[in-house]
Design a protein around this ligand. Structure first.
Ligand SMILES: [Fe+2]
Length: 529
C-alpha cells in the first residue's frame, strides 16, 4: 500500500496490489436468486421472526403475543406482497393490528453521494419520529410498533418497538430470518465479550483502512460489563438502558460515547460504500478521533468537505472538541446470511443500509451519535446534525488484551462463526456449514476477483456493482464462474431460500433436510427449485 494521499480532491495514492490479496481466501459468493410469486412463500420466515424473543436490536425479533396491539408502519417503498405477508402473520398470532401506510412519493434511484443530504434530512425526520413516539407511548393505544430498520431506538417501558427490515420478497425469503435466535445471540455475545474487555482495538481493511483506538477503562463500569453510567447518562439521557451496552445484530466495535480528553482514534479509514450506495473511493484521516482530512471521494468527498468546513468551528453538546466530524462508530454485523439485494438496487429502501448487518461487515460512522440525547440537543440548538458512513467488507480486527492479543474478524470473516461451541450449537439445527457460512461475499476486482483494484473498481465502484448485480440476478448460473467465485452458496442445498421446503421445516421447528441435487439451467432458473 502506498502512503496516504494528502490532496483534498484527488487521490495521489490508494491501495495497490501486485495480485488480488483475497482471491484464494475470500472468494465471492452470492445466494440463489429465487422468484417469489406468492405470499405463501414468505410465511415461514415471518413465522420464525414472530417467535424470536423481543430485544431492541437490529435482528428482526417480533415476539408476537396473542392480543398484543400492534402498529405496522410501512410505505409505498415496501413491496405489497411483503406487507400482505406481515398482515397474515399478525392475524395468525392473534394480534389486533393497524397498518400505518405512508406515501413517501416516487421511489428515488440512489447515488452514493446522496448520503450527505439524506442523513442531514433524515436525522431531522428521526427527531420528529422520536417526538411522535413519546406521544404514542403516553396514549397507550399500541403495545408494539414494527417500524424501520435502523434509526431511532427509544425507551420501551410502555410500548415496544421492533424492526421491519422486510422491503422486498428477496430480502425476506432468506435464511437470515430462519437463523435460530440462540445462535444469533451467541454470535453477538462472543463478539461483544471480546471487544468490551480489550485494551486497544486496531481495524485494518484492504481498501485502505488502518485505524486504532485505546479502549480506555474510563468508557466502562468497574467490571467492564457496561459503559460508564455518567457518560451514558450524558449521551443517552432518558434512554440509559439502551445506551449502556451493545445492540443485538450491531455490536459496538467502538464505544458510542466520547471520553473527553482521551479520545485517541488515529489512522486512516477508506472505503467505497456508504449506507446508501457505492461511492468513489473515499479516505478519511483521523486524529484523536476527529476527521481532519477527507480525501478523494468524488462528489461524496466534495459534499463532506463542504459540510466539514461549515461545521468545524461549532461546538456540539458532549463532543470532545469543536466540529461535527468526529469518529464514533465501528459497528459489527453478526448475521451470516444477510446479502445485498439484487432487485432494484439501489433505490428507495433497497440500499446498502441492510447489508451492514452481515457478519463481519463493519460500518464506520462519524458525525452526531444517532438518536442520542446529545444529537437531539444539538438539533434543538439549531446545529446541523447527522452522521455518515463508510463500510468495510474485508476488515481484520485485532484486539490487544491483557497478555493475549486476539483477532475477532479476519478478512471479513467474523471468527465467532468458527468458535467450536457456536458450531456445536449449529449442529443441533442442521449443521454449521448450513448456518455459519456467509451467503454473500461481494466480488471486488483487485481484492477477491482478478483485476486492478483502482482501474477496474475503486475509481467508479457503482459501475462495477450495478453490472455485477445485473448479471447475478439475470444470469445467476453464469455469475460465480465469471468472477471466479465459490459456487457453493448459490446451490440452495436445503431449500432455505424463496420459500423452499427447508424454510417450512425450520418454521415447524425441524432441522432442514437436503433437497435433491439440481443441475444448472441455461435459463437462469438454477438454485431455486
Ligand atoms: Fe450503526
Amino acid at each position: 500500500m502506498l502512503e496516504a494521499p494528502r490532496h483534498p480532491s484527488l487521490p495521489t495514492s490508494f491501495p495497490r496490489y501486485d495480485a488480488p490479496p483475497l482471491i484464494e481466501t475470500r472468494k465471492p459468493r452470492c445466494p440463489p436468486y429465487v422468484q417469489v410469486s406468492s405470499v405463501d412463500q414468505l410465511m415461514p420466515y415471518l413465522d420464525v421472526v414472530a417467535r424470536r424473543p423481543y430485544n431492541q436490536g437490529l435482528h428482526a425479533c417480533w415476539d408476537l403475543k396473542r392480543g398484543e396491539r400492534v402498529q405496522l408502519r410501512v410505505d409505498n417503498w415496501h413491496d405489497p406482497m411483503v406487507v400482505e405477508a406481515c398482515k397474515r402473520i399478525l392475524e395468525k398470532y392473534g394480534c389486533p393490528y393497524e397498518i400505518m401506510f405512508v406515501d413517501k412519493g416516487a421511489i428515488p434511484q440512489w447515488k452514493g453521494s446522496d448520503e450527505v443530504e439524506y442523513y442531514l434530512y433524515r436525522t431531522k425526520e428521526l427527531a420528529q419520529w422520536m417526538d411522535q413516539w413519546d406521544v404514542m407511548s403516553k396514549e397507550g393505544k399500541f403495545d408494539k410498533l414494527l417500524w424501520g430498520y435502523g434509526g431511532p431506538v427509544l425507551v420501551d417501558t410502555h410500548m415496544k418497538i421492533q424492526r421491519m427490515p422486510f422491503i422486498t420478497p428477496e430480502i425476506l425469503a432468506s435464511p437470515a430470518f430462519l437463523m435460530p435466535y440462540e445462535m444469533l445471540e451467541a454470535i453477538d455475545l462472543w463478539t461483544w465479550n471480546r471487544v468490551r474487555t480489550a485494551k486497544r482495538v486496531r481495524i485494518t481493511d484492504p481498501e485502505g483502512t488502518d485505524v486504532e483506538y485505546t479502549n480506555h477503562a474510563g468508557y466502562y463500569d468497574r467490571n467492564r460489563e457496561f459503559y460508564n453510567s455518567d457518560l451514558v447518562h450524558d449521551t443517552w439521557t432518558g434512554n440509559e438502558g439502551f445506551g449502556r451496552t451493545y445492540l443485538p445484530g450491531h455490536v459496538l466495535g467502538k464505544p458510542w460515547i466520547f471520553l473527553p480528553g482521551k479520545e485517541d482514534g488515529n489512522g486512516v479509514i477508506a472505503g467505497t460504500t456508504n449506507h446508501i450506495a457505492p461511492v468513489d473511493w473515499t479516505q478519511l484521516v483521523v486524529e484523536n478521533s476527529k476527521i481532519t482530512e477527507i480525501n478523494a471521494g468524488g462528489l461524496f468527498g466534495e459534499k463532506l468537505r463542504k459540510l466539514k468546513a461549515e461545521t468545524d468551528h461549532l461546538q456540539y453538546p458532549g463532543f470532545p472538541g469543536k466540529g461535527l466530524f468526529y469518529w464514533w462508530e465501528a459497528s459489527i454485523g453478526t448475521n451470516p446470511h444477510i446479502h445485498r439485494p439484487r432487485k432494484d438496487f439501489p433505490s428507495g429502501w433497497i440500499n446498502c443500509l441492510y447489508e451492514r448487518v452481515r457478519s463481519g461487515v463493519i460500518h464506520i460512522g462519524f458525525g452526531t451519535i444517532i438518536s442520542s440525547m446529545n444529537e437531539r440537543r444539538a438539533a434543538k440548538a439549531g446545529l446541523p446534525v447527522g452522521h455518515w458512513h463508510l463500510h468495510l467488507y474485508f476488515p481484520t480486527v485485532k484486539l490487544e488484551r491483557e497478555g493475549d492479543d486476539e483477532l475477532i474478524i479476519k478478512d471479513g470473516r467474523l471468527l465467532a462463526l468458527d468458535d467450536p461451541q457456536i458450531r456445536k450449537m449449529a449442529d443441533k439445527h442442521g449443521g454449521a456449514d448450513l448456518w455459519l457460512k456467509e451467503s454473500w461475499i461481494p466480488a471486488i476486482p483487485g481484492l477477491n476477483v482478478k483485476g486492478d483494484y483502482w482501474n477496474h473498481y475503486a475509481s467508479d465502484p457503482m459501475k462495477w456493482v450495478k453490472a455485477e448485480l445485473d448479471i447475478c440476478r439475470d444470469f445467476h448460473h453464469l455469475f460465480m464462474p465469471m468472477v471466479g467465485g465459490d459456487p457453493t452458496a448459490c446451490h440452495d442445498t436445503h431449500g432455505l431460500w424463496g420459500g423452499g421446503p427447508g424454510a417450512f421445516a425450520v418454521a415447524e421447528g425441524k432441522a432442514p433436510q437436503p433437497v435433491a441435487p439440481h443441475v444448472h439451467n441455461a435459463d437462469g432458473s438454477c438454485c431455486g427449485h
